[in-house]
Design a binder for this molecule. Sequence first.
Ligand code: ADP
Length: 261
Amino acid sequence: WAELSVANLLQESNIEALVLHFNNVTERVVKEKQQEDFIHMATHELKSPVTVLKGYLQLLIHKMSIDKSLYFDFLQMLYKMDGQLNKLLGLITDMLESTHIKAGELNYHFALFNLTNCVRDCVEGIKTANPQHQFKCELIDDETILIEGDKDRIGQVIINFLTNAIKYSPDKFEVQISMEKQANEVKVSVKDFGIGIPKEKQQAVFDRFYRVDTLPKNTFMGLGLGLYIAAEIILKHHGKIGVESDEGQGSEFWFSLPLLG
Ligand code: ADP
């Protein structure tokens, strides 16, 4: 069909329509390639936790069939399975939410909340799951750090920063969390001492599906959606989001939100 219509257009010497036609075809090919790349990446990312889960299940079945008194081992495996399931759920939720953002349907429940408590709760939650890490907090203990927004969504941004700080710092175990009050806004920062991000790639990390391509393949799991969702959430709260980073030294991700006047 495409060849036929190109032949017709050529015959009619309709150059404008011909250029438009080629533009449309190129656009479609690029889109298809992007979709193909995404499906490849998504299936790869979803496959690894499922494969690990399957491994633990097979081990459990094997152990149960030879020794019925190894409850401790079984419990350890169940914890690991739970961890893998959480990763899988996180990936699926990010994929779903990114489609909701595209459709303008990400849901929010706005109310007044104290940002310090929100940051503290997030750090406590992450701490329990990562006992080998040190989390150094410099928070503002002030009842007036009141924000009008969705506490769970802001928590989602903080947790994304914290999990990335851990994930992208394979041999560094310190994470610094700080809050700073400026004129009529409050800034929250999460600093790590990990692999960092090359300068020219720093802005792109907030784009949909973007992952820094200088990373060794398959070292760090992810779909490149967490920061895209974080940026969308902060935008909805009329705030700002950003990163300062030095390759090989570490990164500091931050967001700021307007304080109630
Ligand atoms: P994901 O981590 O799932 O790939 P994100 O949207 O959270 O997705 O992050 C996008 C990309 O930004 C990551 O793939 C990684 O390349 C880079 N990045 C994010 N946080 C950090 C960090 N703390 N240190 C170094 N690189 C980071």
